[in-house]
Design a protein around this ligand. Structure first.
Ligand SMILES: *Cc1c(COP(=O)(O)O)cnc(C)c1O
Length: 226
């Protein structure tokens, strides 16, 4: 059974890597894209197997699960990403699990609360500002209109948060033009922020489009874990 699982993961990962490769080459041979394997619906055995297959970056959207898994797999040199909505009462736990990147700073208020906890612990964390590029009410993130202002406010007033760029979730629709628009809006913001390095966009259903729109970090769950 575990050989089957290994084969499935190996096949899926190869497939995703190839598709990322094709999409990034349409942009430029210098355009490098990092794959974050989103393990939220999977288990630690699958994460271990993917590690053996060469995958290093993993993403979780729940603080509890991130904490458990990063502890359980502490002996492996993995890079953990937090990609979910962060509730204020989970901030301490998140800091303890020491993620290499938080993708989901979605308000000034959250940034200030996180910064305060980081200051008290004398710690720093890398983070992205999440942009609600599709204007969907159910989605988290700052509006595209306020994004650049909030980004510089965080840079100025939250010195324990090291902003590295932006993140978005593409519009939830089958209309490729609408999805593309949400990526282009985010890419334009990314381009106008001095020093921004990471543009995190693209999931299983839209990562090639996201890369063609300038994404350099994709968050892929179902296409890898099945
Ligand atoms: C779950 C999730 C993903 C991965 O979704 P898939 O469609 O399974 O690839 C990416 N980003 C965020 C923020 C998520 O919550």
């Amino acid at each position: 059974m575990s050989i089957d699982l290994r084969e499935k993961l190996s096949h899926n990962l190869d497939n995703v890597i190839q598709r990322v490769e094709q999409a990034r080459l349409k942009v430029s041979s210098h355009h490098i894209v990092q794959i974050v394997a989103v393990s939220k619906y999977s288990d630690t055995d699958s994460i271990k197997m993917l590690y053996e297959l060469g995958q290093r970056a993993f993403g979780e959207n729940q603080v509890q699960q991130l904490e458990q898994r990063s502890k359980e797999l502490d002996d492996l040199p993995l890079e953990w990403h937090f990609i979910g909505r962060l509730q204020k009462n989970k901030i301490n736990k998140l800091i303890e699990s020491n993620p290499s990147l938080i993708h989901s700073i979605d308000s000034m208020e959250l940034a200030q609360a996180l910064n305060k906890r980081l200051e008290a612990k004398n710690r720093k964390l890398n983070a992205l500002l999440q942009i609600n590029s599709s204007a969907e009410e159910t989605k988290a993130g700052v509006t595209p209109q306020e994004a650049i202002d909030i980004y510089s406010q965080i840079e100025e007033s939250c010195s324990n948060i090291q902003l590295k760029g932006v993140m978005t979730i593409g519009t939830h629709t089958n209309n490729r033009d609408d999805i593309k628009k949400s990526f282009e809006i985010t890419r334009d913001i990314f381009d106008s922020i001095k020093g921004a390095e990471i543009c995190s966009m693209g999931m299983s259903n839209d990562f090639e489009l996201a890369i063609e729109c300038g994404s350099n970090m994709v968050r892929i769950g179902s296409a890898i874990f099945g």
